[in-house]
Design a protein around this ligand. Structure first.
Ligand code: EMZ
Length: 386
């Protein structure tokens, strides 16, 4: 089997009952698996809540024990959600600007050139983590050098090699953000911290805690997800050199290729909600105060919606994937993530002839009833110039 394949462990449960169950730190989660049900739940923010008092509980695995700052706008429900989202949305659309894309192209070219010069590279830490961290300096609009520190933190800001949820590690991020906020107060600049500190909602300035909430989301939400997307992209084109050639010949398929790869990888497996009233999903009773999750990865393989769901069809025509979530809380960082993938694919087609995976260690998520590959812990790849 090709190393880049990502199986669908949810198929049987999705087809027979429509949900699965997972015991996460003694706070069970009913995982909703079908595309239609997932979208219905994502839409119904009154019954399936993101806000609520228990900060971190909608994340699976739950972050209640390692976080007490509310991520914004991620952990806020309508109608307050809209004010925050409207405030940050224009900033997170900056990746559409030409200057931003030029800088991102430079960042990506340097890494691809380095891989070609070295000839062989460990893609997770040497390629994807560096690329994600360096690109984040553009999203925050701060100096490039700052990325060195974030690279030293490793691929997940809350997880370390032997601990799934590492409070000490999380504190490094929180202390760092606090310090950056204080710096921006003392010396305002053109960065995201300063921008938020100067912003108001209904005539009231954002508090330090609110600014911190946006920044934690920006650091945590787009880290392992982006790293997985980049690594899986390299693995896919290493396994399928003809696909790289196809994109070289038909660059007009670039955008559909990106959406298809996102559907297939689904870098974020699921996202939870807290249930506000006794209800039912897939004819299964769900109690108030319990948790559900919308399993994007399963919905994206739903054969009722996607023909040949387990195949990567780079020019797939209709592709209503939910890799970036769905509804009110759809991913704020999606524009940035898409630009990274677009420029990465472009650069690969221009510079790389072919790649070979020489060693790989898969990253498997343990979801109790299911095991799902999300990417790699390490991926050694040989790069060959075009
Ligand atoms: C949260 C989440 C957001 C969470 C879009 O997902 O990403 C996870 O990786 C973080 O751990 O805190 O930001």
């Amino acid at each position: 089997m090709k190393k880049s394949n990502i199986d669908d462990p949810f198929k049987e449960a999705r087809e027979t009952k429509g949900f699965g169950t997972m015991n996460d730190q003694n706070d069970p989660v009913t995982m909703i698996l079908g595309h239609k049900d997932v979208r219905k739940c994502a839409h119904n923010w009154k019954t399936f809540q993101s806000g609520g008092d228990e900060i971190g509980r909608i994340v699976v695995p739950s972050e209640v024990h390692i976080r007490d700052t509310r991520q914004i706008p991620f952990e806020v429900d309508p109608p307050q959600h809209k004010s925050y989202r409207d405030l940050v949305e224009p900033w997170f659309k900056r990746p559409l600007e030409e200057e931003y894309q030029e800088k991102l192209t430079d960042i990506i070219s340097i890494i691809v050139d380095e891989a070609l010069t070295k000839g062989s590279m460990e893609v997770v830490s040497e390629f994807a983590l560096k690329l994600q961290s360096r690109a984040l300096t553009l999203l925050l609009n701060i100096p490039f050098e700052e990325s060195e520190l974030w690279i030293s933190w490793g691929t997940h800001v809350f997880r370390s090699e032997d601990t799934a949820l590492d409070g000490d590690k999380a504190n490094i991020l929180y202390d760092y953000i606090d310090a950056q906020i204080d710096k921006a107060i003392a010396n305002p600049g053109v960065d995201l911290y300063s921008k938020l500190l100067a912003s108001e909602i209904d005539g009231k300035s954002l508090t330090k805690e609110e600014v911190k909430g946006v920044l934690i989301l920006t650091f945590a939400g787009g880290r392992d997800t982006v790293i997985n997307a980049i690594t899986n992209t390299i693995a896919y084109f290493a396994d399928n050199p003809q696909a790289l050639q196809q994109l070289r010949d038909q660059p007009e398929h670039l955008n559909s290729a990106i959406e298809e790869l996102l559907r297939y990888y689904s870098p974020l497996t699921q996202m939870g909600r807290v249930v506000t009233e006794d209800t039912q999903v897939c004819e299964h009773a769900i109690k108030a105060q319990s948790r559900i999750s919308m399993c994007w990865a399963s919905a994206n393989r739903d054969e009722r919606v996607f023909e040949n769901p387990n195949e990567v069809v780079l020019d797939r025509k209709v592709n209503p994937h939910v890799a970036f979530g769905f509804g009110t809380h759809n991913c704020l960082g999606a524009t940035h993530a898409r630009q990274i993938l677009r420029i990465l694919l472009n650069t690969l087609t221009q510079k790389v002839g072919c790649m070979q995976i020489t060693d790989a260690k898969e990253n498997i998520e343990d979801l109790d009833e299911f095991n799902r590959k999300v990417g790699f812990d390490s991926l050694q790849v040989a790069f060959h110039k075009l």
